[in-house]
Design a binder for this molecule. Structure first.
Ligand code: CO
Length: 599
């Protein structure tokens, strides 16, 4: 018998509906879902923590509690990003442990723990924390293709995870590119190697091979498959639950789930699907076998296109496609999943725009130092030297990255108490994980996003035409009111919105296109002046490193800029005294903008 792990409340709507499904749309069908007998039901974690506080004015902890009472017979699961928890950077152990403690207390039974680099050291603390509170720990490895990601390596790491106390294992194929052969080989080898705990295969329909991979996985002895009830399945999401149930019926892998109950769920979710029709994107529902060639996940591809457009270099797309695997090789073949997909993608863009490793964001340096964990493959001495400089050996850390972090819980708790915002202990965790967005939410300043009923949006809505054009081209008409161009007013500049990386939200700031020069932009920025030092890229000024009157040499760092969500150093190409500075911290700049005058 094979069992299913249902994804409709987590990965399915994260992959296809930008994680926007609300709790009110989930609760009414729970009594039916609860009767099906799923192995487990993923309802939490991943982007379902971030999105509710950022866009829905919903408390994720309250959602979890409601899910638990509505689904008393179904084990609830969350996706936990090891030391990143439900965010994109490392947290100290005390926050990880507290988070898991409250997640278990509020209703989460199973925890799927994974690390972007499959660094088992990063997974140890969360796995132990889950075991300590009596939860089910599912040790998960990211599936990727590279010379160092062999079947043997996966089997070896899965054996280690079993020894670490995991209750089950998962092959996490986040890009949806596992072939039937690889699915079979990994699972079969695991079983032959004597792994006793259940094995789950998590995949997406992106490449079009997933149905076949699931069948071969069954033949190899897989115990659990990840699926989603049909109205929110397929494309970049999971295979449909009903289809897998029907396909396995009468075989030795029969799930024995009640098809009538599933049909009732289908009816229900068809209505929910329609409620979020403004988020439907044709590309998210199409098969894209090109992933089997370039191995770049869909979310990362669209992000690369966006970044190139921002830098005014959309014509460099094919060069970036070719450069991405080279960078990935240089960096020791990290799986392309958040946040490593961002590191590799941005470095590839930089290499194409400015020459190989001529510009290196802080995040690439951190990655090479080992601040994300141990890279899966070797990094050559030349690359170390190029990225970290001649003293590269002193910069590399050998320890687990979180060992370098100070405990944070008490500090955050004191801060939030001082602000009088602690209504329940979980609030401290929300604040610790998302200090800005979480605080805004806890203060009651978050506004729920619109729904389909509120469309079209007024012109000054923060979701601008630029974003609609980029992400929802087929919905231009229904999304935004038509007004004459002269009536258009920018909402606020710069505009912050989230770009999806691996289906998960990433914050970026942009200046919308198609508008007149906004009044909120920095004052006068002459395009051509004598001694003008220009910005080489689009971004937000983070820190000015020089002041008026300072002497600078060629190559000196004059300021840091946040471009493509990464910290970049801009250097002076002139020598002399800083006569005038035209920008301040927080300003948004475009390539070619004059930043300061050096003479
Ligand atoms: Co997934």
């Amino acid at each position: 018998m094979v069992q299913l792990h249902e994804q409709i409340f987590r990965d399915a709507h994260q992959s296809i509906l930008a994680t926007r499904m609300r709790t009110e749309d989930m609760l009414p069908i729970c009594p039916v879902i609860d009767k099906i007998g799923f192995f487990s039901f993923e309802v939490w974690g991943g982007a379902t923590f971030d999105v509710p506080i950022r866009y829905l004015n919903e408390d994720p902890w309250e959602r979890l509690k409601k899910m638990k009472s509505a689904l008393p017979n179904t084990p609830l699961q969350m996706l936990e990003r090891a030391m990143n928890i439900v965010a994109y950077w490392n947290f100290p152990d005390d926050i990880v442990k507290k988070f898991i403690y409250y997640a278990k207390k509020d209703g989460c039974d199973y925890f799927r723990v994974f690390d972007a680099l499959n660094d088992l050291r990063n997974m140890k603390v969360p796995i132990e924390a889950v075991k300590e509170v009596g939860g089910h720990a599912q040790g998960s490895l990211c599936y990727t293709i590279s010379p160092v990601h062999t079947v043997e390596r996966y089997v070896d790491d899965f054996r280690k995870l079993e020894k670490m106390g995991c209750d089950s294992l998962c092959i996490k194929d986040m890009a949806g590119m596992i072939s039937p052969k690889m699915a079979y080989d990994i699972i079969k080898e695991c079983k032959d190697a004597g792994i006793k705990i259940p094995i789950d295969l998590h995949s997406h329909c992106t490449s079009g091979m997933t149905g076949m991979a699931y069948m071969r996985a069954c033949e190899a002895g897989v115990d659990i498959l990840d699926t989603a009830i049909s109205p929110i399945s397929g494309g970049t999401g999971q295979p449909a639950t009903e289809s897998v149930v029907a396909a396995l019926k009468g075989t030795e892998y029969d799930t024995s789930y009640d098809m009538n109950l599933l049909m009732e769920c289908r009816e229900y979710f068809l209505k929910i699907w329609d409620k979020y029709r403004h988020l439907h994107r044709q590309t998210a529902l199409k098969v894209d076998p090109s992933v089997t060639v370039h191995q770049i996940p869909g979310g990362m591809l669209s992000n690369l296109v966006f970044q190139l457009e921002q830098q005014g270099a959309a014509d460099k797309y094919n060069e970036v496609l070719a450069e991405t695997p080279r960078v990935r090789k240089d960096l020791g073949y990290p799986p392309l999943v958040t946040p490593t997909s961002q590191v590799v993608g941005v470095q590839a863009v930089m290499n194409v725009l400015f020459g190989r490793y001529k510009k290196i964001p802080k995040e690439t340096k951190d990655y090479v130092k080992g601040m994300y964990g141990k890279p899966p493959g070797e990094i050559s001495k030349e690359i170390y030297k190029t990225i970290l400089g001649p003293k590269w050996k002193d910069e590399i850390i050998e320890c687990r990255p979180s060992d370098l972090l100070e405990p944070m819980y008490k500090k955050r708790k004191d801060e939030l108490e001082k602000m009088g915002l602690v209504k329940k202990p979980e609030d401290v965790i929300t604040y610790a994980i998302y200090p800005q967005v979480g605080l805004k939410f806890l203060k009651g300043e978050a506004n729920p996003e619109f729904t389909s009923e509120q469309l079209p949006l007024p012109f000054n809505h923060p979701l601008t035409r630029a974003m609609v054009n980029k992400y929802f081209p087929e919905h231009k008409q229904i999304w935004i009111e038509t007004e004459p161009p002269e009536a258009r007013k920018p909402a606020s500049i710069p505009i912050e919105f989230s770009v999806e990386v691996d289906g998960e939200a990433y914050e970026v700031k942009v200046t919308p296109t198609g508008f007149a020069v906004p009044s909120a932009a920095p004052a006068v920025k002459p395009k051509e002046i004598e001694g003008g030092v220009k910005s080489s890229m689009q971004g937000i000024i983070m820190k000015l490193k020089v002041k008026k009157g300072d002497k600078v040499k060629k190559g000196d760092v004059i300021l840091t800029i946040e471009a493509m969500k990464m910290e970049q150093e801009l250097t002076s190409d002139l020598e002399g005294e800083v006569k005038e500075i035209f920008v301040k911290e927080g300003d948004s700049v475009q390539p070619g903008d004059v930043l300061m005058q050096v003479m």
